[in-house]
Design a protein around this ligand. Sequence first.
Ligand SMILES: C[S@@+](CC[C@H](N)C(=O)[O-])C[C@H]1O[C@@H](n2cnc3c(N)ncnc32)[C@H](O)[C@@H]1O
Length: 221
Amino acid sequence: MIDTPEGTSGTPAASYRGDPAVREEWDRRYADREQLWSGQPNGALVVEVAGLAPGRVLDVGCGEGADAVWLAGRGWEVTALEVSGLALERAARHARDAGVSVRWVHAGLAEAALPPGSFDLVSAQYPALQRTADAAAERALLAAVAPGGVLLLVHHAGMDTQQVHDGGFDPADYVWPSMVAALLDGDWEVQLDEQRPRSAPPGGAGAHHSDDVVLRARRLR
Ligand SMILES: C[S@@+](CC[C@H](N)C(=O)[O-])C[C@H]1O[C@@H](n2cnc3c(N)ncnc32)[C@H](O)[C@@H]1O
């Protein structure tokens, strides 16, 4: 784990654990714009966290860090994981500006080898997790949640059934909430598995998406 992501972009990051091609692809996307996302916490996160007591939270695919900074400002002990070193640099800058502390992890979720069962909340907001035959990302999401803890997975509705884009986006390459829901056994209580209108922060590259799929499940044991 790293505490500061200084120097992780541009050069091969020695501390990075994950697929270099995925890191490079996302670094390129972030490099295209000075700021890719809105800078505001995601609406579904704000709503779903309202009733939870702050504890240890993992932000999966934290991007430029708006959720991580928001959670840290509300008393959560935040670990934020991301493949893009450039995004992590921006996120760390925002945390410094806000005067909050976040533990940054420069890794892909499946490769991060996080301590199992160690988060009271695992939040994955629109994560671009690569699908593999062994469902490694789905299992890593579930494994990170502590007994009694909550998994909150939010995605854009309809993306999983989109046509393959000329630009190369193929929904079959990614993990969608239904795939995670399918792995929830008797150790889990599904609290929410629904599509609902998105309360989107203004601005940012994802502002055109109008509906969310929200999966919220509590790990019983
Ligand atoms: C659509 S963005 C969402 C960012 C942020 N959660 C938000 O809501 O603003 C998806 C993020 O997932 C990250 N990502 C892609 N593959 C990942 C992986 N294997 N593990 C963790 N994060 C990944 C990308 O770099 C990107 O920042």
